[in-house]
Every structure is written in structure tokens, then in C-alpha cells.
Design a protein around this ligand. Structure first.
Ligand code: GLN
Length: 501
């Protein structure tokens, strides 16, 4: 019988390639993102763009929404045109170019750089995540823990990003921070090329290539889209076209949600699914709903929690003041320390033949996220008395939210890879990444109603999010009792050479 490849912490060697590439990509993404709103709102004397807070946060929302939205065409391009390996490679090059352009101090280069990062991430993110799952056959019980390990790489990258760009920005200037992001992506590309053979055949070819004629039409459409984008960007930069980011942001939130449903329904109607595949994608739909609701709550980290840390938390330890931004990095720190336990937990449970369904784990993630908001509710109530609250409130919340994230987020990635038909792995990951997009935008809209000047109102909203999270968690749990059987259909796949320990 065939021997399993266990060369990277018990996982296939290809995971090493994907782990480090994604680590550097996320370093560049989170590093740059950390500076974004600060840079836009800083005055001209400070080297910023002197944009209002309302416009800057709207641009931030549009940017993060767009980054994840472009995963949909990015996944499709890999499935039908170029394959995941090439999509990841060219995506990385476009991302790096974007950060290089961002490092040039001018208003035009700022917007052009962001557009490039959006396009590149759309190509890279869903496809690199889909390749992780393709390293395992459908019966391999290491898939969940493999994704947990991969997810750890994401967060190591995020910490390096926060630390390096933040340091460079304060010590030498904004554009050095952006430049560091480019260097990070460059390192990711170098290591990707050097270790690419470890991927063996995974993602080397499009799983369901278009006919030559179909490919020609698609490339023409892509070229036309890019040309249109150039024209719109040029018109906006020269002032011929006036774009109001705040007004656009709301429409974008609604549009992305509509695209998500339309795409999912379209797949059911037109992708010639077998009955089993329909059931599997039905089970996946539940995971997508859970993921959207989870991020809508979780992503308060960058907005309302951030403000709570700044204005309502007593950050003095003796004569040392804890910087506000440190609280956000607690998420990545907890994630990295807790990941090995979760990876081991999934493996251990499966050895005991206990395999909680994906639906169950995501429901659990939602419920734990909701309990974090109960803590926030009490914290905000305490702050309503007028006194600042102790830092451990937020520490507890970030701890709970990270535990919830570990139950839900890497698990959901694993579910997408397992439940989607192989021929549309990239696209389905693209669809899944839309749940990040919607979650982020909704989180922004929720946070828009929270003002640290009025902690009592914050407390009310936190309690509402608690109810919402608990309710969705319970519903997902109940539906998961049914979809569990649909999930199991994924194991029926013909997988010669699967080895059971
Ligand atoms: N931290 C995860 C990642 O970067 C999830 C991001 C998100 O906003 N959902 O992949």
C-alpha cells in the first residue's frame, strides 16, 4: 500500500510551499491594511492624504470588500483557464507590483496600487486555499488539521506584517511601510518558485479547461474588463468622474450579497451537478451562512473594539500605556498559540472515531463568538458608569473570539475543499471568500451605530449581536443534524490509494 507523505509536520510536503507563500502574502496584506486608514486620514503635513474619517473608512471597506470579491473571478480563472499554481504565481506578482506602486508617494499611485493588490489577491487567495485541500484525498483525516496549520501561517504572516510595517511607518515614513509589504510578497514569491515542485501535480492544470474558442472569448472579456477599469481609474484620477465612496459602499454591500446568491443558485441550475453534489453543496451553503454571520460579529475587532480599547479601556500599567493597536494583535497571538491544540484535537477525535460534522463545528464557533459579545456587553455596561474598564475584558473577548475562529474558519476552508466538486474547487473557494467580503461590510455597517461616547448604546448593540449569534448558532446546529449526512457523501468519492491508519 501507498505510504503517506508526512514531511511537513506530519503533512504533505506541498503544505510547506503553500504555508510560507500564504504567510508572506498575508504579511503584505495585513501590514498594508494596518496603515491604510491611518495614512488616508493623516494630514498633508504628516505625509497623509487628509481624507475625512467617513470617506477613509468607506474606502477601507470597499478595498477589503473588493479584495475578497475578486476571489470569485480569480477562482473561476484557475478552474477554467490557467490552473491554481499559475493563478497563485501571477496573483503574487500583481500583489507585489501593487505594493511597489503604493510605495511611490503620490495620490495616483495610492489608488493604482490598491487596485493592483485587489486584482492580485483575487487570483491568489482562493486558489492557494483550494490547493491546500487538494493535497489530501477525500478520506484523509488530516485535512482539517492541515487547514489549521495553514491558518496558523496566515496569522504568523499577519503578526510580522503589523510589526514590521508599523515600525517602519513610525520610524521612517508611510511609504517605507508599504515598501516592506512589497518585500514580504517578494520573499513569498521566491520561496514559492523554489519549493513549487513539492506541490507535485496539485493545481498544475485547470481541472475543467474551456474549449479553445471559449478560452478566447474569456480572455477577451477579461481584457475588456481591465481596459474598462483603466478608463474608470484614469477618469477618477483626473477628476472627470467623481466617485463618492460613502454612497458606493452601501450599494456594494447589497450587490455582493446578491452576487453570492445568484452564483450559488446558478451553480445549482447550470453546473450539471449530480444529486450527491447538490446535497454536498447544500451542506456547504449552511457553512457559508455561518461564516458570513461569524465575520460580521468578529470583524468588530478593527472598528468598535478598537475604539473601545482606545477610549474606554484603562491602558495604563504603572507608567506604561498599552498602545491601542496591541489589542487587535491579541487575536493573532492567541491563534498561533492555540492552533497546535486544535490541530491535535481534530486528529485525536478522529482517531477515536469522533468526527463532529463541519456544520456542528461552525455552529460551535458562532456560539463561542456570541459568548464573547456577552463579555463585551458587561464590559460596556461597566464603562457606562464613567470609569474606564480593565484591559482583561478585551483580552477575554479576544480569547473567546479566537477559540470561535479556530472552530469555524479553518474548518470552513476544509469543508469547502472537501464538499465542492473537484472541477470547481477554485470557484467554490471564490464563492466562500465572498462570505468574508459580506461579513466585513456588514460589520462596518454595525459598527457605524456604535460610538464610544455612549457605552450604554454600545452595550445594547453587543447584547443584540449576542442574541443574533446564539440564534444563528442554534439554527445552524439544528440544520447541521440534517446536512451531516450530506457532508458524508463527500467520502464516497472514488479515491484509489487512500490509506487508513
Ligand atoms: N484571517 C483570515 C485570512 O486572512 C480570515 C480573514 C477574514 O476576514 N475572514 O485568511
Amino acid at each position: 500500500s501507498q505510504q503517506k507523505d508526512t514531511s511537513f509536520f506530519g503533512h504533505p510536503a506541498g503544505l510547506q510551499t503553500l504555508f510560507f507563500t500564504e504567510m508572506w502574502e498575508r504579511m503584505s496584506y495585513y501590514g498594508m491594511r494596518a496603515l491604510l486608514v491611518l495614512f488616508m486620514t493623516a494630514s498633508l503635513q504628516e505625509g497623509g492624504l487628509a481624507i475625512t474619517v467617513a470617506a477613509a473608512t468607506a474606502i477601507y471597506g470597499l478595498y477589503t470588500g473588493a479584495v475578497y470579491f475578486m476571489g470569485l473571478p480569480g477562482g473561476w480563472i484557475a478552474d477554467r483557464l490557467v490552473g491554481a499554481q499559475k493563478a497563485t504565481w501571477y496573483g503574487g506578482i500583481i500583489i507585489m507590483s501593487g505594493h511597489i506602486v503604493l510605495a511611490i508617494p503620490s495620490v495616483a499611485s495610492f489608488y493604482i496600487g490598491m487596485i493592483l493588490v485587489v486584482l492580485g489577491t483575487g487570483l491568489l487567495k482562493p486558489n492557494i486555499s483550494a490547493m491546500v485541500g487538494d493535497l489530501y484525498d477525500s478520506k484523509d483525516s488530516r485535512r482539517d488539521s492541515g487547514y489549521t496549520l495553514y491558518y496558523m501561517g496566515i496569522n504568523i504572516g499577519a503578526i510580522i506584517g503589523y510589526f514590521v510595517t508599523g515600525y517602519l511607518q513610525t520610524s521612517v515614513g508611510w511609504h517605507w511601510g508599504f515598501g516592506a509589504a512589497a518585500v514580504g510578497m517578494f520573499l513569498g514569491l521566491v520561496q514559492y518558485k523554489m519549493t513549487q515542485p513539492k506541490l507535485r501535480g496539485v493545481g498544475a492544470k485547470p481541472p475543467k479547461p474551456l474549449s479553445a474558442g471559449g478560452a478566447k472569448v474569456s480572455w477577451t472579456v477579461i481584457a475588456a474588463f481591465l481596459l474598462g477599469l483603466v478608463i474608470v481609474t484614469y477618469s477618477a484620477l483626473t477628476g472627470a468622474l467623481v466617485i463618492d465612496p460613502v454612497a458606493i459602499a452601501k450599494y456594494v454591500a447589497i450587490s455582493i450579497t446578491i452576487v453570492f446568491f445568484a452564483y450559488y443558485i446558478g451553480i445549482f441550475l447550470f453546473a450539471k451537478l449530480s444529486r450527491d453534489e447538490m446535497k454536498r453543496l447544500g451542506a456547504l451553503f449552511l457553512i457559508c451562512v455561518a461564516s458570513t454571520c461569524f465575520w460580521a460579529g468578529f470583524e468588530q475587532a478593527g472598528s468598535s473594539f478598537n475604539l473601545f480599547a482606545r477610549d474606554l479601556t484603562d491602558r495604563m500599567i504603572g507608567s506604561f500605556e498599552i498602545p491601542t493597536t496591541w489589542f487587535q494583535s491579541l487575536n493573532s497571538i492567541f491563534l498561533i498559540t492555540l492552533s497546535p491544540f486544535f490541530a491535535a484535537l481534530w486528529i485525536n477525535l478522529s482517531k477515536r472515531m469522533i468526527n463532529p460534522s463541519y456544520g456542528f463545528k461552525t455552529a460551535l464557533g458562532l456560539v463561542i463568538m456570541a459568548t464573547g459579545f456577552i463579555v463585551m456587553f458587561f464590559a460596556a455596561q461597566a464603562a457606562a458608569s464613567g470609569l474606564k474598564v480593565a484591559p482583561y475584558w478585551l483580552v477575554t473577548v479576544y480569547f473567546l473570539h479566537t477559540v470561535g475562529e479556530l472552530c469555524l474558519s479553518p474548518v470552513a476552508l476544509s469543508a469547502v475543499s472537501k464538499l465542492s466538486p473537484k472541477r470547481m474547487a477554485g470557484q467554490m473557494m471564490g464563492v466562500f471568500v465572498l462570505t468574508y467580503s459580506i461579513g466585513n461590510v456588514v460589520a462596518g455597517l454595525l459598527a457605524g451605530n456604535m460610538n464610544p461616547d455612549n457605552p450604554a448604546v454600545m452595550a445594547d448593540l453587543f447584547l443584540q449581536i449576542t442574541y443574533f449569534g446564539l440564534a444563528v448558532g442554534v439554527v445552524v446546529f439544528l440544520i447541521a443534524l440534517k446536512t451531516r449526512k450530506w457532508e458524508a457523501l463527500a467520502e464516497k468519492d472514488d479515491m484509489p490509494g487512500a490509506v487508513i491508519d
